[in-house]
Design a binder for this molecule. Structure first.
Ligand SMILES: [Zn+2]
Length: 698
């Protein structure tokens, strides 16, 4: 070997390390020759004079890329042992490729120079303390780096040129395949293409990726395996949300050829390791985009619409999707007072309220109001149905056709599964019938396989049966046209789900706002249409929950008319005389009358007669506190009549004069005490001197 004389007994006394590296697992699997040659390096070490026991092989880095040492435990071990000075020589197939990064190799070379370690490859022996060897190794390292660069550059340029022509073959998503001429076509396997097409139609119907997942519950979705033992094979598995997004976002399904949709980015993490991640590139920055490159499942415009729909569903950016639940305006209703969104709050028993979400955050304003969902929804639905025109009915008909198509597809998928199962079973049967009877072992295996196939077929047939049975029969187009003409009936039909209503609502109405309204019995609703116009309507709020049926209006009218002058007992008698009953069918009692007064805000008649005043009025007229007046009444200085729980004072000029005299006599010395004397307090400083003096009423 070249430079063998550089190996001294000192080197041979230390360990010879054979370092093995193979970038990828594919290289390890396919370039077995290279791996064998690398392992043979141990024999080279022995032939160079090392004792077999002193030769060690480090092969922990097989299958790991050499771009950086961070994840290569083998290279790190090599470095540490060289640093410890216990290594006489490092042997590799090509020393300049020990490490693919120049920095790593430079570090190794520096350490080898300091510790007098030799580097050996098929070209010869390098003693790094020799300037000549050091220079040669440095040159080789630089050359290999340059070679990598040039190679990568050529490959990339050729790749990009092919991509620009749309000729660069990339793995196709499931549902698309290359035909014999290398053209991209829709997978001829009808079961696969139906599944992919259904993802798009389900998304059109459900409006969300989660909706597609739900629609595929119990149904499997194909996936093409790339690499590994299953390479190229079709695997059927559950459809996940991630997969749905992958399908919906893949422009290949829109017939477009795209190159550069993803980019790999490198970053250095906190530990100083270089991490590589893949990121999506915005559409405007795709390197190559060729529309109508091959037949697709959707048009380019539909692809863009799906993209917009997905962006609108992106709740992290504030969008609110259609949810289950009966509240029609869920997701598009806002509080006109604080500007925040309102949420539907379900309270059981089918009742729900829209409530300002600011309440949760403590940002609720005094003018923020909630409202029963039914009250607001009914009003909005009325406005919506009024606004629908014949053109929109035509649109609805088109939607109905789409539903019919989907209806067929749902059972079509099951039919295709049965067809496939039948084909598999037939094939298994043929294989079984062709085997010679003497070959019992094989026959037994094939029979078991045939039986398994038959079981699968039975399952598929069962699935088809239930799929057909589960689908309600579709009305014909004429029936739909007739029904569509009567929109309110269609709207309220039990077959129309809350989801359908919400989606219809959202196609026309952008948002609904519950505006501030001073009258608590009313609600002011603002409606903003997608067309750009806005409407405002005022509705009566429903009464609070838990209240029996409304009072019949003639009785309420009577109470409204007589209420301000007649007492409750009197009203009960009058109502009984008219034969009026409450909404619940019972005769009116005082409580019922009190409730009607509360609802219609009818004041109770004042018990104070024309020549009388209340304690409050008397105190106001005299400019003293009510405590003083109460004191006079309690001590008999002022005459008062009790009516219910109120005191009525007969008020004449004499009465007033008497009161003023008393105030004057008490000297007005302590106005503070007069003002603060609470009701029924025996202590009344202004009047203390008069306590002992007997005094009749004035
Ligand atoms: Zn609010």
């Amino acid at each position: 070997m070249n430079g063998e004389h550089k190996i001294t007994s000192g080197h041979r006394a230390r360990t010879a390390l054979v370092y093995l590296r193979q970038s990828t697992l594919v290289q390890v699997r396919e370039h077995t020759e290279s791996t064998m040659r690398q392992y043979a390096l141990a024999d080279v070490a022995v032939s160079l004079g090392w004792a077999p026991g002193d030769v060690e092989v480090i092969d922990r880095d097989l299958g790991l890329s050499g771009t950086s040492a961070a994840h290569r435990a083998g290279f790190r071990e090599l470095m540490s042992r060289v640093c410890l000075g216990e290594v006489g020589a490092v042997i590799g197939l090509e020393v300049s490729r020990l490490a693919r990064s120049n920095a790593d190799l430079a570090r190794l070379a520096e350490m080898a120079r300091l510790t007098g370690t030799l580097l050996i490859d098929s070209d010869g022996v390098y003693d790094l303390s020799d300037f000549n060897d050091w220079l040669v190794l440095g040159l080789k390292s630089t050359m290999s780096q340059a070679e990598l660069h040039v190679m990568a550059g050529r490959l990339q340029a050729a790749k990009l040129a092919a991509a620009e022509r749309g000729d660069l073959r990339a793995p196709l998503p499931v549902g698309l395949v290359y035909d014999d001429e290398g053209e991209v076509v829709i997978d001829p396997d009808a079961e696969v293409s139906a599944a992919v097409a259904d993802v798009f139609s389900c998304f059109a119907a459900a409006g969300s990726a989660y909706g597609v997942v739900a629609a595929f519950a119990g149904r499997k979705f194909p996936q093409r395996a790339y690499g590994g033992a299953w390479a190229g094979q079709l695997r059927w598995g559950p459809l996940t949300h991630h997969r749905v997004l992958q399908v919906l976002k893949n422009p290949a399904y829109a017939g477009a050829y795209v190159h550069g949709r993803h980019v790999t980015r490198k970053r250095v993490d906190a530990d100083g390791n270089v991490r590589t991640s893949t990121a999506e590139v915005p559409r405007a920055e795709w390197k190559v985009l060729i529309k109508d490159h091959h037949p697709g499942y959707v048009t380019w415009d539909e692809y863009l619409a799906v993209e917009a729909r997905l962006a609108a569903n992106w709740t992290a950016s504030g969008a609110r999707t259609v949810r289950e639940g009966s509240a029609l305006c869920q997701g598009i209703i806002y509080c006109g007072s604080c500007g925040g969104p309102m949420a539907a709050n379900y309270q059981g028993g089918g009742r729900a309220n829209y409530e300002c979400r600011s309440r949760r955050d403590g940002k609720k304003k005094d003018s923020c109001r909630g409202i029963a969902t039914t009250a607001l929804d009914d009003a909005v639905a009325r406005v919506l149905l009024d606004a629908l025109t014949p053109e929109q009915v035509a649109l609805a008909l088109a939607a109905a056709d789409q539903v019919a198509g989907q209806h067929q597809r749902a059972s079509r998928a099951a039919e295709l599964a049965v067809e496939r199962a039948r084909y598999d079973a037939d094939r298994a049967e043929r294989a079984f019938s062709q085997v010679e009877p003497e070959n019992r072992l094989v026959a037994r295996t094939l029979e078991a396989r045939w039986e398994a196939r038959l079981a699968t077929l039975a399952e598929a047939e069962q699935a088809l049966e239930s799929a057909t049975a589960a689908l309600p029969p579709l009305p014909d187009r004429d029936t739909i046209a007739r029904t569509a003409a009567d929109l309110p009936a269609l709207w309220h039909a039990p077959t129309t789900t809350a989801r359908d209503r919400k989606r219809l609502l959202r196609t026309l109405i952008a948002d609904v706002t519950l505006m501030p309204e001073a009258d608590r019995a009313k609600a002011r609703i603002g409606i903003r249409w997608h067309a750009g116009t806005a409407d405002q309507l005022i509705i009566d709020r429903p009464r609070p929950s838990g209240i029996p049926a409304p009072t019949p209006s003639p009785a309420a009218e009577l109470i409204r008319r007589l209420g301000p002058s007649a007492g409750n007992a009197e009203l009960v008698a009058v109502l009984a005389g008219h034969g009026y009953v409450t909404g619940a069918g019972r005769p009116f009692d005082v409580k019922a009358v009190q409730w009607v007064r509360h609802v219609y805000k009818i004041p109770v008649p004042t018990p104070v007669a024309a020549d009388e005043v209340s304690v409050k009025d008397a105190a106001a007229r005299l400019g003293c506190s009510t405590g003083v007046v109460y004191y006079w009444i309690e001590t008999g200085q002022l005459e008062a009549r009790r009516s219910g729980n109120r005191l009525c004072i007969r008020w004449t000029p004499e009465t007033e004069a008497g009161c003023r005299d008393r105030i004057a006599a008490s000297g007005h010395l302590n106005p503070e005490a007069r003002r603060t004397g609470p009701r029924k307090t025996p202590r009344c400083p202004a009047e203390q001197p008069r306590m002992s003096a007997p005094s009749g009423s004035i």
